[in-house]
Design a binder for this molecule. Sequence first.
Ligand code: NAD
Length: 308
Amino acid sequence: MLRPLGKEALQFEREDTGMNIGFIGLGNMGAPMAANLAKAGHTVVGFDVAGTAAEGCAQATSAVEAATNADVVITMLPNGNILRSVADEIVPAMKSGAVLLDCSTVDVESARAVAEQAQSAGLGALDAPVSGGIGGAAGGTLTFMVGGSGDAFDIAKPLFDIMGQKAVHCGPAGNGQAAKICNNMILGVTMIATCEAFALADKLGLDRQAMFDVVSTSSGYSWTMNAYCPAPGVGPQSPADNGYKPGFAADLMLKDLRLAQQAAESADADTPMGAAAMALYQTFVENEDGAGQDFSAMLPRFETRGRD
Ligand code: NAD
């Protein structure tokens, strides 16, 4: 039977038979994401410079080899410079019409530059950073914030549905990264506010459980208080109940707050609270004992301090 031509035919074939996926960057996040795609029946060829592998995926010996026959190439890399260098390698090797789907958290400028490079080579391009952390990557419950064309989003949608529970199309290239850093700037600022309020409450003799009971149902409520409470033994289970083992590491929060400040500078946006949060996480990670701890470990930091 003849199949209709065009995008519908391509999508039908892909859904029917599974896609060929190249996956570059098989670290803490990338390896479980790739494994979930393979488990769902897609053919996944992975590559990582560190030689790591993902369950159910073939292993390539280079990024180019992973990308060559792929319908979609997913990258999950540490930063924008590495993304740019990987894109320089793989874009010329990808087949026309394929989609380059970057899920890393990178600066908005790098996301837009890589998208432009991919589009000029006849490829679709999406920036789709995630929230949900390592647990979300393993459980297939990530949230994707996506920038790029509607056509590329439609092609990647079935993959988002496997790796995550929600994908929001935020507009053109770079807008996924913009959404991610704005969200995480709010997260960093509210975590600090929640921690310093707990430390103040301690010094005023207010019981932490009473503080939680009031704030979590009053106008000071927030995700950091209600869902990820930084005080051990209070509220739902969180990294505070596990010795502040991440969770979401303070180092990664610092990375995202830096990206937010970089974007604010290039867009001439006034972000004083974001700047203060970045400075505080920088001190915590670089000069105190914050590196490798969850970002909610700001609470024990404040606990031990006075006003100077
Ligand atoms: P990771 O360091 O565990 O993994 C990155 C992987 O990329 C490493 O295995 C590294 O060897 C590989 N890599 C580096 N350069 C490469 C290259 N040129 N070619 C191929 N592979 C290369 O980091 P992660 O925790 O998996 O995070 C990945 C991205 O996801 C980052 O941008 C991070 O900010 C973002 N992110 C992480 C979390 C989290 O909780 N870990 C949450 C949300 C977003």
